[in-house]
Design a protein around this ligand. Structure first.
Ligand SMILES: C[S@@+](CC[C@H](N)C(=O)[O-])C[C@H]1O[C@@H](n2cnc3c(N)ncnc32)[C@H](O)[C@@H]1O
Length: 146
């Protein structure tokens, strides 16, 4: 079924299930997957961001988004739809990219290459290299770096 033309949130082409990154060491966790094939440049999901209260420290919570370009970042956001479930991969390997419209508190996620149906979706977290709660996955994602 097509999404309503006025909707601000459309995650109808994405679904969430156990991540392909899960293994015996990590235990089970979830990830976002392609419900349909995408071509490079296609819109994968769009949605809205809700700002968290002043003083919230996103360094301790991996499920929320960096919502400014100021560093150190002080504004954090809660993303709609399947967006909180996208796992991460390194720059150049992630198959989607999130475009952030800070002034409008909304986002769009685009395919960075052709993506097969049922492939796990990833984007490179903008805070991957500096956010305290991502220290472990930053090492995992960049483990093959020279
Ligand atoms: C924004 S959440 C993604 C959704 C989360 N996997 C879940 O089940 O709710 C970020 C967390 O997912 C996990 N994660 C993300 N990318 C990963 C990766 N490439 N390898 C292992 N774990 C990853 C880490 O636990 C990270 O703190």
């Amino acid at each position: 079924m097509a999404a309503h033309p006025d909707t601000k949130i459309d995650c109808s082409k994405v679904y969430v299930k156990k991540s392909s990154f899960s293994n015996e060491q990590t235990g089970d966790f979830d990830g976002a997957f392609a419900f349909v094939p995408f071509q490079k440049g296609d819109l994968v999901e769009k949605g809205v961001m809700r700002r968290l209260p002043d003083g919230f420290d996103g360094n301790t919570c991996p499920y929320i988004f960096t919502w400014s370009e100021e560093r150190p970042n002080k504004i954090w956001g809660m993303g709609s739809g399947c967006s909180p479930f996208f796992n991460t991969d390194r720059e150049g390997k992630a198959n989607t990219h999130m475009v952030r419209y800070y002034d409008e508190d909304r986002f769009e996620i685009f395919a960075t290459r052709d993506i097969e149906k049922d492939e796990e979706l990833t984007h490179t977290y903008v805070s991957l290299k500096w956010r305290t709660c991502f220290a472990d996955i930053n090492e995992i994602v960049h483990k093959d770096d020279p």
